[in-house]
Design a protein around this ligand. Structure first.
Ligand code: UDP
Length: 325
């Protein structure tokens, strides 16, 4: 198949591109506007088009150059805090951009679509582990944009038979095991890169946002899932759609949670560095525990995440020590 990957130069997108190159015969075409992605994150075997999804004619011209069979749509802004401060930026980029893309691929007759969604659309869940039957109650604009596009996709399925899988990620983490690509955000809001930058002496300490949560050690618990496990789920979701199955949404997490303190301890063990931490105020909007019930993805997609926290921190440490972009 010819697979269009939007946002293929971003963190998760670039790992998916590399995963496809190594684990399939599919041809990859990347559309990315490089506003936050890195051209160096994909190699020259990939067809690359610098395309902005906010410009419908650019999308149409790009699509007309290839015979695309399926689309995997990563391109989006993904900082919760930024989305609260600047909702307009998020609604424009993530919602308008996605609708432009969906309209263009629909016009081009493309019927398979994989969408990067998020567990944050469950807000503060009633039940943990979180299954797909948990009600969606986004508590920030970023999560709203993802839920809106899931609804847009459902409507395009009804009217145009566009088949999609919405993949609701828990905490994407880790890096390529060969150290070629990894996570590089500026500014960096995520825990693991911040912890490893502290190990490298780029930061004095890591601030633990709250140690008075109702968890065993008082710090927040998250389900960290390796980017290559996510990549594998995307390929399995594509195969699921190729089999002619119905549109659906899936939680992607390991099913195991780790606290902020556990994660810092694991990073100390892997890096052999002290990694100073200080307790700080809670960060607004952080639920205490987010852990996936991943049975649906396992049963229906045949997906089985294989990497643990040790693999995540080791691969990320490998990348951060020799970060290429
Ligand atoms: N966190 C922290 N200090 C930091 C960054 C994050 O204590 O400097 C905590 C954050 O409160 C959350 C967890 O680490 O409980 C994971 O945060 P991250 O931003 O990586 O992902 P999120 O769960 O918000 O998507």
């Amino acid at each position: 198949m010819n697979i269009l990957v939007t946002g293929g130069c971003g963190y998760i997108g670039s790992h998916f591109v590399k995963f496809l190159q190594q684990n399939s015969d599919h041809k990859v075409i990347v559309f990315d506007n490089l506003s936050r992605g890195h051209r160096e994150a994909i190699n020259n075997d990939v067809d690359f088009e610098k395309i902005d999804l906010l410009n419908p004619s650019e999308i149409e011209i790009g699509l007309s150059k290839y015979k695309i069979d399926a689309v995997v749509h990563f391109a989006a802004f993904a900082y919760v805090g930024e989305s609260v401060e600047d909702p307009g930026l998020y609604y424009t980029n993530n919602v308008t951009g996605s609708i432009n893309l969906i309209k263009a691929i629909n016009k081009a007759g493309i019927k398979k679509f994989i969408f990067s969604s998020t567990c944050s659309l469950y807000g503060n869940p009633n039940q943990v582990p979180i299954s797909e039957s948990e009600p969606t109650k986004p508590i920030n604009p970023y999560a709203q944009t993802k839920l809106m596009i899931e609804k847009v996709l459902a409507d395009f399925d009804l009217s145009h038979n566009l088949k999609y899988a919405a993949l609701r990620y828990f905490n994407a983490a880790g890096a390529d095991f060969e150290g070629e690509i990894g996570e590089s955000h500026d500014p960096e809001p995520h825990l693991i890169p911040i912890v490893l930058q502290t190990a490298l002496g780029k930061r004095e300490h890591i601030k633990i946002f709250g140690d008075d949560y109702d968890t065993p050690d008082g710090t927040c618990i998250r389900d960290y899932i390796h980017v290559y496990d996510l990549a594998d789920a995307h390929l399995k979701a594509l195969e699921y759609l190729v089999r002619g199955e119905n549109s659906d949404f899936f939680n992607l997490g390991t099913g195991d949670g780790n606290s902020v303190k556990e994660l810092i301890d694991k990073a100390r063990e892997v890096t052999g560095k002290e990694i100073k931490s200080v307790i700080a105020e809670r960060r607004a909007g952080d639920p205490a525990v987010l852990v996936a019930d991943n049975k649906k993805a396992k049963n229906i997609l045949g997906w089985n995440p294989k990497y643990n926290l040790d693999d995540i921190i080791k691969s990320a440490w490998n990348w951060h020590q020799n970060q290429k972009y």
